[in-house]
Design a protein around this ligand. Structure first.
Ligand code: HEC
Length: 100
């Protein structure tokens, strides 16, 4: 039947778009980066987007403050939201403190 053929195509399309918007709503805002140098941030962005990345970075800074006094977001980031640009040497500092 021609009609049911088209109806099933429309139904499939509606289901597909519904599923896609449901996924992105759950994951929240994605990270600005699409390429990652670190496993910590790559995993966090994949699992929970920007909010999760912020969480793990905050925890990471707390855990590593004892290794470098005065360690804060601005020690490595030249900009915060929305791009979270790194200072030159930001990644090296992260690795030096044991980040992966
Ligand atoms: C020791 C250096 C260092 C410090 C301190 C630091 N970060 Fe980061 N941060 C990084 C590096 C390196 C990356 C990029 C990781 C990558 O490319 O995989 C990053 C990435 C991020 C991202 C991902 C952004 C995106 O959308 O791509 C967020 C969010 C972030 N940091 C938040 C913070 C916050 C909030 C703080 C302070 C609590 C902080 N960072 C402190 C080194 C640091």
């Amino acid at each position: 039947m021609k009609t049911s053929y088209w109806l099933s195509i429309i139904a499939a399309a509606v289901l597909a778009t519904g599923a896609a918007s449901f996924r992105s709503a759950r994951a929240g805002e994605p990270c600005a980066r699409t390429k990652f140098e670190t496993k910590l941030v790559a995993d966090a962005c994949a699992a929970g987007g920007l909010a999760k990345a912020k969480d793990v970075m905050k925890k990471w800074v707390k855990d590593n403050k004892s290794k470098q006094s005065g360690l804060e977001c601005a020690s490595c980031h030249s900009k915060m939201a929305p791009t979270y640009d790194l200072k030159p040497g930001g990644l090296e500092t992260y690795r030096k403190l044991g980040g992966h």
